[in-house]
Write a protein that binds this ligand. Structure first.
Ligand code: SAJ
Length: 445
């Protein structure tokens, strides 16, 4: 049971009836979007007894869930299967299921367009599907990361109509998803859940719902605050990564070991949080979320200069890595053109299989454009497509001896780095995977 900070708001009428169903866990819960956010949430709600209906546009995902099989790394099939077999959790592509739901969590993607503008098409499509079948007495919570104002300015008009007034017959909230794929310590159940409602009754109902399934619920006073919380969290990371990437370039010019600098700074027991340079910014959150904020702040007449600058610096890192590779090969009198360059690790971060926005894609593209012959090893990623070329994972020890240069892009655990260095001609380490190891063959960011 969660500890909630705010005293309960007295709920009567439609809200009171819904609150009762939530508190006795007979409320029929719906989750729209069954990805790395939606499926774990659906399982947590099912685990505490709610009948759950997952809705997704992918028939393949729906079929796999209804077979009791999980396609999400953080949701073991052993956790999903019993819920499906008992009938507690089912999935469908049919939005008419909304008519039988009391609560609906919207967990659909919010990518960026090529123009770095928010792509709201998934939210709009989900809301249009929901609106067709929405009944009075339903709680709708948007979880997709988005700009402040989305819930009240975009979602509310799509769902609200006479007899479905927000705060009366319809209850609308925003709650940022904070899922960190692959995190062994923090998963959906034990990550504090921020939630803000359009009205106090909306907020209270969402607090009641999350409190049944999650360990800690953090109510805030509006949907805009809740939307902004998530953007601050991830913009904070993106800008600080940009700072250390710029510091790495400075240290490179000054012959200072940036990794040693950061490790020593991290001994400060207060007022400092270490971030580490790398080959660029990958993933589905950090490179994207801040641009939702800069887009909205531009409309408010404020230039988000930190975000734009950090975006530029982080975007330069793949080029910086390729320049460092060329410089290292130059030490061996080898041009980049025609050299065999083997990449270690292509997923966007350590110990996961996710390739979204991975800097490895940019680095490999730039290396190929410069005429290098690129190969890679990544135990998590069997196939790596770069431009029109399909590369396949090869054993790093087999590749090490034949490569003119090895470039560490993602430092997965369990890779024989020491043995690779012994066999390699030269190694450029962009992740400090060879921490504490000195070798004339070893180059660092
Ligand atoms: N990165 C660096 N240097 C760093 C940290 C990260 O270059 O010091 C790179 C990573 O290699 C990766 C990218 O930035 O390419 C993003 O890394 P991330 O550690 O931020 O991982 P994500 O993208 O999975 O971010 C998620 C976020 N979770 C949510 O949005 C719910 C983020 O808020 C979390 O803080 C982060 O996981 C986490 O802490 O693992």
């Amino acid at each position: 049971m969660a500890n909630t900070e705010n005293p309960a708001v007295p709920l009567t009428g439609v809200a009171g009836e819904l609150a009762a169903k939530i508190r006795n866990r007979t409320a029929r819960a719906g989750v729209v979007g069954l990805g790395y956010v939606g499926l774990p949430l659906a399982v947590e709600l099912g685990h505490v007894g709610f009948p759950v209906t997952g809705i997704d546009v992918s028939q393949e995902k729906v079929d796999e869930i209804n077979r009791g099989s999980s396609y999400i790394q953080d949701v073991p099939t052993e956790a999903l299967a019993p819920l499906v077999q008992s009938g507690k959790l089912k999935a469908t592509t049919d939005f008419s299921a909304v008519a039988g739901l009391d609560t609906i969590n919207i967990c659909v993607p919010t990518p960026l367009r090529k123009t770095k503008d928010p792509d709201m098409s998934f939210i709009v499509s989900a809301c249009e599907g929901i609106a067709k079948h929405l009944k009075p007495g339903t709680l709708v919570i948007l979880e997709s990361t988005t700009y402040p104002g989305t819930t009240d300015e975009l979602v509310r008009p799509l769902l609200e109509r006479p007899g479905l007034r927000v705060g009366h017959e319809l209850f609308l909230c925003f709650s940022p998803e904070r899922v960190d794929p692959g995190n062994p310590k923090f998963q959906t159940k034990n990550i504090p859940k921020v939630v803000g409602g359009t009205t106090p009754a909306c907020s209270q109902l969402a607090v009641d719902l999350y409190s049944q399934a999650l360990d800690h619920v953090v109510p805030v006073t509006s949907t805009q605050v809740a939307e902004m919380v998530k953007l601050l969290e991830n913009t904070f990371r993106m800008i600080n990564i940009g700072l250390v990437n710029e510091l790495a370039m400075m240290c490179g010019r000054m012959g200072i070991d940036v990794w040693e600098v950061i490790d020593a700074a991290a001994t400060k027991p207060f007022g400092f949080m270490p971030f580490y340079p790398g080959p660029g910014l990958g993933g589905h959150c950090i490179p994207i979320d801040p641009f939702y904020l800069s887009w909205k702040s531009k409309q408010a007449g404020i230039e988000a200069r930190f975000i734009e600058l950090a975006g530029y610096v982080n975007g330069q890192m793949p080029h910086y890595v390729v320049d460092k590779t060329a410089a290292a090969l130059n030490e061996h009198a080898k041009p980049l053109k025609g050299s065999k360059v083997h990449i270690l690790g292509v997923a966007y971060k350590r110990d996961i299989d996710d390739m979204r926005e991975s800097p490895a894609i940019d680095v490999a593209h730039l290396l190929m454009k410069a005429g290098a012959v690129v190969s890679y090893s990544d135990p998590w990623v069997p196939v790596f497509r770069v431009d029109s070329v399909e590369l396949r994972h090869v054993d790093p020890l087999e590749a090490a001896a034949g490569a003119d240069a090895i470039v560490v892009i993602t430092d997965h655990k369990g890779v024989p780095y020491r043995e690779i260095l012994d066999k390699a001609k030269l190694v450029l380490d962009t992740r400090n995977a060879f921490k504490g190891i000195q070798s004339s063959k070893l180059f660092r960011l």
